[in-house]
Design a protein around this ligand. Structure first.
Ligand code: CA
Length: 220
């Protein structure tokens, strides 16, 4: 998984690159817009809007035209126009400096999952009861037979399976499967869960914690 970090401030970029590499990411860091435009293709871009050689917004536009790579915009704290711009630009997410490293990693992983990319911390193939979650192929198999899951159903199961037995709140599901800028009713979560249960054919696998969220029941 390759990340491109576009950040001119060494004090932010150097520890960030080290931390992300420890998390299993391969990172290329550039300090200018010009550097970003001639960097190797990446799976995700972290883009600081305040760059020395060019306005970050116009760079964002150019990167967007050039590819569909997910982009997380990084803006300075309290810089309201930038923050608004991050959303209006159509960024996949944005973080405001100073941000916590774990928060950033969680956002990177969430954006990658929504983009259908595998994050480094999870198994490529995971077995839960009779299910096999194949993250390379984005396929769920039951007793070896591929299930016809929709992308949302796959994303829900994928998220629940990352920590079997752990509660995933409705809010987390919305954030990670539908995205941080999704506004509306959470009813469709139940619709997707119901459909997923039918396809999996094991109604006890996904437990509903009423009003709170869901978890995978993996105990025998
Ligand atoms: Ca900057």
């Amino acid at each position: 998984m390759r990340l491109l970090l576009v950040e001119d401030d060494d004090a932010i970029a150097i520890p960030l690159v080290q931390g992300l590499e420890r998390e299993g990411y391969e990172v290329e860091r550039v300090a200018t817009a010009a550097g970003a435009l001639c960097a190797e293709p990446a799976d995700l871009v972290l883009l600081d809007l305040g760059l020395p050689d060019r306005d970050g917004r116009s760079l964002f536009g150019e990167l967007r035209v050039a590819s569909t790579v997910p982009i997380i915009v990084v803006t300075a704290r309290g810089d309201e126009p930038d923050r608004v711009t991050g959303l209006n630009l159509g960024a996949d997410d944005y973080v405001v400096k100073p941000f916590g490293f774990q928060e950033l990693v969680a956002r990177i992983n969430a954006v990658m999952r929504r983009a259908g990319l595998r994050t480094p911390e999870v198994a490529a193939v995971q077995h839960i009861k009779s299910l096999e979650i194949d993250r390379r192929a984005r396929v769920v198999r039951s007793c070896g037979v591929a299930l016809a899951c929709t992308p949302k159903e796959y994303a829900i199961l994928d998220l629940l399976a990352r920590d079997p037995g752990a509660l995933v709140t409705r809010h987390q599901l919305l954030e990670e499967v539908w995205g941080p800028h999704w506004y509306g009713t959470t009813k469709m979560i139940d619709v997707h869960i119901a459909s997923l249960r039918r396809k999996v054919g094991d109604r006890t696998l996904i437990e509903t914690l009423r009003g709170v969220g869901f978890r995978l029941v993996v105990d025998e």
